[in-house]
Design a protein around this ligand. Structure first.
Ligand SMILES: [Zn+2]
Length: 494
């Protein structure tokens, strides 16, 4: 696969194709089966004007391989999934793709896969790259699966409460399956709408991994992309057995998955190969109805926490299927690995960060980010943009508050300053409040009305004078003229 990569010259060891511009694309690869709504059908990447650009590593080329940048979190926050209740009371999965964030990510990081057939790679006759197009549904699928993994990682680490697992991960379910022959096992399921090309890139349907979790043995599968299965849905299925499953247990499991006989047999064979002992795989699995299977839905509790870890690792392993080993690689950031796509690098990098870096959420936009490698004051915002916007929002709020306290609560500037800027220097805080009040049209209006009804002995005017507000700004031209005439008549300054 790697050897036929036409972009090998442009691809960094992290699988990233650099030096490309990104913009929304319309039309060419509309996915009629897609349930994922976005205002454009794809992301189009075109080479930037030629410079002497060398392909380089994704983030910081001098970064130590141990420090994960967790850029996958950024991709994950481009999409979300929630449950919506239908008029008939049933639950429906609702997905949301933040198109602007998605395009921002594409501009910053380039294509996710940049490889046929998942992506559309256009070369000119001389073999030079003309464009790469990746469908919106492929990008949305990538963001939605990343979203599952980042939330599952947090549930597994204890950062999010298990009792809310089904709210946090919409569509997550937990079942006990009891076959009438006596054996029972547990099944954890979660699914997301996915483009066929994405499910294909992941290799679904397939067995992913076997893990011993406490007293139980877990088998993880990716389902979907199969005839007879709901189209464009990717399902992650984790089966937990109390003891090593026998061939007959696998056939019960495949029956629960509702797979075709061929696919069921193939998955059962892959999974039983992982047990280490060769099980006889039934060539003629029973048809549904041969034996009954009782399904009981279970809730989630603390004991399920490690299963969320398995969910996260299952997705990570599924996404790292195009990594090759090059023990002589000299690239610092990737170590001995060569990544076939940037997406697999993102998952590898995320896997390194799980358990090390805490995931933080931006105090303004809610985007997840990692603070790995960050020292000093704890970061509260995902980006400079959010930090500045939050600062401006805070200022606007203080301004509105200060004005209200002055006019409605009749508080003195010093009292307002103590309430709003207690930590700042006295003069800077007071000066700022004075400026806000002096430039406030509402105060100007209120002052005018107060003078109108109470004459020049207006209490509000007296307060404004006492607090040294800018009366030149606060008094209307008419009032200033009146005041000047008044002074002239009195023959002295007011
Ligand atoms: Zn933010």
């Amino acid at each position: 696969m790697i050897s036929t990569d036409p972009l090998i010259q442009r691809r960094s060891p992290t699988g990233q194709v650099t030096g490309l511009d990104a913009c929304p694309a319309q039309g060419s690869e509309q996915m009629p089966e897609s349930k994922i709504a976005a205002p454009f059908s794809g992301v189009l990447f075109t080479p930037k004007a030629e410079t002497n650009r060398k392909p380089r590593s994704a983030e910081d080329p001098h970064r130590k391989p141990a420090g994960a940048s967790m850029t996958l979190l950024e991709l994950a926050s481009c999409a979300s999934a929630g449950s919506a209740i239908e008029p008939d009371g049933s639950m429906r999965l609702q997905t949301h793709v933040k198109s602007a964030d998605l395009i921002d990510f594409a501009k910053k990081h380039g294509p996710l896969i940049a490889r046929e057939p998942a992506s559309c790679v256009n070369l000119c006759a001389q073999g030079r790259l003309q464009s790469i197009e990746e469908s919106t549904s492929l990008w949305a699928s990538a963001a939605l699966t990343a979203n599952i993994a980042t939330l599952a990682a947090e549930l597994a680490s204890g950062a999010l409460p298990m009792r809310n697992a089904q709210k946090i991960l919409a569509g997550l379910s937990h079942w006990r399956l009891q076959a009438n022959e006596g054996k029972s096992f547990e099944l954890y399921l979660i699914s997301r709408p996915t483009s066929a090309s994405y499910a294909h890139w992941l290799g679904a349907p397939c067995f992913i991994r076997r893990e011993v979790i406490g007293e139980r043995i877990g088998y993880a599968f990716l389902l979907g992309n199969e005839t007879g299965y709901p189209p464009s849905t990717l399902e992650i299925a984790l089966a937990l057995f109390a003891e090593e499953p026998a061939a007959s247990d696998f056939s019960v499991l495949m029956r629960a998955f509702d797979l075709s006989i061929e696919t069921g047999a193939q998955l059962a064979e892959e999974a039983s190969a992982a047990t280490g002992k060769r099980n006889a795989v039934p060539t003629q699995p029973e048809r549904p109805g041969d034996r009954t299977l009782t399904e009981t839905e279970l809730s989630f509790n603390e004991e399920d926490r490690p299963i969320l870890g398995l969910l996260c690792r299952t997705l990570a392993v599924a996404h790292m299927n195009d990594i090759q080993v090059d023990v002589f690689s000299t690239d610092e950031s990737t170590g001995p690995f060569v990544f076939g796509s940037y997406l697999s690098w993102l998952w590898y990098d995320f896997s390194l960060g799980i358990g090390q870096a805490r995931i933080h959420y931006c105090a303004r936009c809610g985007k997840g980010f990692s603070t790995a490698g960050h020292r000093g004051i704890e970061k509260r915002y995902c980006s400079d943009r959010c930090r500045e916007a939050a600062h401006n929002e805070r200022t606007a709020q203080s301004k509105a508050w200060a004005r209200r306290l002055f006019l409605q609560k009749e508080m003195s500037i010093d009292a307002i300053r103590k309430r709003l800027f207690a930590h700042e220097q006295k003069t800077t805080g007071s000066e700022r409040i004075k400026k806000w009040l002096s430039s406030w049209p509402d105060l100007k209006h209120a002052l005018d009305e107060d003078i109108q009804s109470k004459g020049w002995g207006s209490p509000l005017l007296a307060r404004c004078r006492k607090e040294e507000l800018d009366l030149d700004k606060l008094l209307s031209a008419k009032r200033k003229k009146e005041l000047a005439e008044l002074k002239k008549r009195k023959g002295g300054p007011a």
